[in-house]
Write a protein that binds this ligand. Structure first.
Ligand SMILES: Nc1ncnc2c1ncn2[C@@H]1O[C@H](COP(=O)(O)OP(=O)(O)O)[C@@H](O)[C@H]1O
Ligand SMILES: [Mg+2]
Length: 311
């Protein structure tokens, strides 16, 4: 069932938290404004910082369908909006011919009717909106699509309508709640940016990452959670090929709790690094002496914090 829209930034943050997503203040503000002013939201950031998840959680907590358009190189109108079902049209022609029923005008009318139309995500989203059930439209990893597709998308985002020459125009009175994401492998066009509210999603602060771990793994020992966050935050500051995202932190914490760890130790770190780092060069760099150094750093910081808390 469709849920009411949040009325403030704080309500937006609380709503996302209800769906298991802990946003930064700037993200909560961007989401709130995008919802309130019915503008698309463009989220940029490294892989694994929680861009796609924003759209999924919004759909869940607002009780709306999620329509997802995954972008890739070569994505075009027919895969993004609609295409005619040629093979079914052909079958229809054959059947009409066999029945001796080949009046060109009526055949054409039949062939270009809705039953031969394959509706792709953009058209699906506009149709739902036109029926008063505005969905969350997730246009994921826009940087992977080519620029001509961006130009087409811009038209759709400008008036929330798609014209099918043979059928007419589908127009949404209320726009779908649109979330675009980019991993920034190339710059998204200025014209698209201008249409959207923009939010850069950074890796979380230590405090927020600890909150996320507590939310996802409520039974993990508190000391372990704190050490995991300290360790991950330190390796993010290193110049790795691929820094771990939030999903990797969660996976690592799951792995360590499954091994019944109550605190980090060198052996467990070395044997579970593959859940945190996904490139052998990065693993080779951290495993062993570097892990030992980071671990010592994390433990001494924890000791200092405990000491300060006692004093
Ligand atoms: N702020 C957050 N609060 C809770 N979980 C998060 C948050 N950000 C990311 N996650 C977790 O990290 C996972 C990966 O996020 P995802 O949205 O797929 O990243 P991206 O699309 O930026 O690559 C999500 O499935 C979710 O479990
Ligand atoms: Mg994603």
């Amino acid at each position: 069932m469709t849920q009411p829209m949040p009325n403030s930034v704080a309500e937006t943050a609380a709503l996302l938290a209800k769906g298991g997503y802990l946003p930064s203040d700037s993200l909560a503000a961007s989401v709130f404004l995008a919802l309130k002013l019915q503008r698309p939201l463009l989220l940029e950031g490294e892989a694994g910082v929680g861009k796609t998840e924003v759209a999924k959680v919004l759909a869940a907590v607002l009780g709306r369908p999620l329509v997802r358009l995954q972008c890739y190189e070569g994505l075009d109108l027919s895969s993004a909006a609609y295409e005619w079902n040629y093979s079914r049209q052909l079958l229809h022609i054959r059947a009409s011919e066999a029945a001796g029923d080949v009046s060109t005008a009526s055949l054409e009318r039949d062939l270009y009717s809705e039953s031969y139309l394959l509706k792709r995500p953009l058209l699906q989203a506009l149709e739902l909106s036109a029926e008063g059930k505005a969905p969350i439209l997730l246009i994921d990893e826009l940087d992977r699509a080519d620029e001509p597709f961006e130009a087409f998308l811009l038209e759709v985002l400008a008036d929330y309508q798609i014209t099918i020459p043979e059928l007419g125009t589908v127009r949404a009175a209320e726009p779908p709640i649109t979330v675009l994401t980019s991993n920034r492998t190339r710059e998204v066009h200025d014209a698209v940016r201008r249409r959207c509210f923009y939010c850069w999603i950074d890796y979380p602060s230590a405090a927020r990452e600890a909150d996320i771990l507590r939310l996802k793994l409520p039974n993990a020992p508190a000391a372990l959670t704190a050490e995991i966050v300290g360790f991950v935050q330190s390796i993010r500051a290193m110049d790795l090929y691929k820094s771990p995202g939030i999903a990797e932190t969660i996976n690592w914490a799951q792995a360590l709790t499954s091994l019944d760890c109550v605190a980090l130790d060198l052996e467990s770190v070395n044997s579970t690094l593959g859940t945190l780092l996904k490139y052998q060069d990065d693993i080779a760099r951290i495993q062993g002496s570097e892990a030992a150094r980071l671990l010592e750093q994390v433990k001494s910081r924890a000791r200092e914090a405990a000491f300060a808390a006692e004093a």
